[in-house]
Design a binder for this molecule. Structure first.
Ligand SMILES: [Zn+2]
Length: 376
């Protein structure tokens, strides 16, 4: 929205400060109130009041034993709390459904994955499978005293900005409204779930909790049967005008190659997708060919190889990097190619972090707890 904006009220300023302090702890780990004051430019008194508020909401906790090796009087460190608030990540892929619960530190606390051939199944059958794993994950989280505040459903397809799945070629799904789909999962009231593309969510997870943490601009390549990419520029996920940015798997690398599910021929995923069964050399060459233009256009600091590509290790990443550098105009400013860190559950972690990001942006979304709850 543009136009005249309301001046910020006291509540807005406080909410913003709460967000700054919580974000600092989530992104950079435990630290003392004094160190928080130094990092944020807020006074120590303000930081103490903000930390007290976040403690009341169960979003941070005090660490009993400060890390060793510090000189001087030990200060009690404050950390993002792993104990109470969590995000729910749901995923449907070609060969499995999964539900996971992730805490504010990025740890996967609960994970239920069910292998299933979703290409051969009806939509209702797949959603039934997902509903069951989601119910089990939420039950386990509740037993551990954690409350899911929301989440997302990861899908291997194009999701528009309104949250409608337009097409998932490898599942054979088209035009499904997000609200209708989520309503069929029977989640408890209060757990809002949106749809997003698998590659976007995986990139989001690496940005928040993984190999992209110290990067501001990178491309995360997410490979399974299909290949997608999440593009992060200046710390933000790039979605493009219609939400399709990063469809790297359908960049044509061999015009005379095999037919692809998208209707084209010789797309990257027909060579480098996990079903293609190509040699490691052929996969590296195809990836470099597809990535070369991407690097020239957006100048990322790094390419992160995720999904099944992460398992190929550092040598494979270096081989892609060598081929990429060969012909690039930007050879003087090499783009680092490395494996992603979060493994096959990156999209699920990203899906859960949609809710966690919302809490970091506005910690007052989580209500203050009564004194009786705080001792729990
Ligand atoms: Zn294609």
């Amino acid at each position: 929205m543009t136009g005249a904006r309301q001046p910020l009220g006291i509540g807005d300023v406080r909410r913003h400060h709460l967000s700054v302090v919580l974000g600092e702890l989530v992104d950079r780990g435990p630290r003392s109130r004094a160190a928080l004051a130094q990092r944020t430019g807020l006074t120590k008194a303000t930081v103490s009041a903000l930390v007290a508020d976040l403690l009341d909401r169960g979003l941070v906790e005090e660490l009993a034993t400060p890390p060793a090796g510090r000189v001087g009087r030990p200060a009690i460190d404050v950390a993002a709390s792993a104990g109470h608030v969590a995000g729910l990540g749901l995923a449907v892929d070609v060969d499995h459904v999964a539900a996971g619960v992730v805490d504010l530190t990025g740890r996967v606390r609960v994970l239920h994955r069910r292998p299933s051939d979703n290409r051969a199944a009806r939509l209702g059958t797949v959603l039934d499978r997902l509903r069951r794993v989601a119910a089990r994950a939420l039950g386990d989280a509740e037993a551990e005293g954690m409350a899911c505040v929301g989440g997302a459903l990861s899908l291997p397809g194009l999701v528009d900005p309104a949250g409608t799945l337009l097409v998932a070629p490898n599942l054979g799904w088209t035009a499904i409204a997000g609200d209708d789909l989520v309503a069929r999962l029977g989640l408890p009231a209060g757990i809002a779930v949106t749809l997003d593309n698998e590659a976007n969510l995986a990139a989001r997870a690496e940005l928040r909790f993984g190999a992209g943490r110290d990067l501001s601009s990178f491309v995360h390549v997410s490979a399974g049967v299909g290949i997608g990419a999440g593009v992060v520029l200046d710390g933000r996920l790039v979605r493009g005008a219609h939400g399709f940015a990063g469809e790297l798997g359908h960049v044509v690398v061999d015009r005379t190659g095999r037919p692809c599910a998208c209707g084209s021929r010789g797309c990257l995923e027909t060579i480098a997708g996990s079903a293609a069964d190509a040699s490691s050399d052929a996969v590296a060459a195809a990836l470099a060919a597809a990535l070369r233009s991407v690097v020239q256009i957006i100048d990322p600091q790094a390419i992160l190889l995720g999904g099944s590509l992460a398992g190929r290790g550092d040598d494979f990443a270096a081989a892609v990097g060598d081929r990429l550098q060969g012909a690039a105009l930007s050879a003087r400013w090499p783009c680092d190619v490395r494996p992603a860190r979060l493994g096959p559950d990156a999209a699920l972690i990203g899906a859960a972090s949609v809710a966690l990001d919302a809490v970091v942006a506005d910690p007052t979304l989580v209500p203050r707890r009564s004194p009786a709850d705080r001792t729990a």
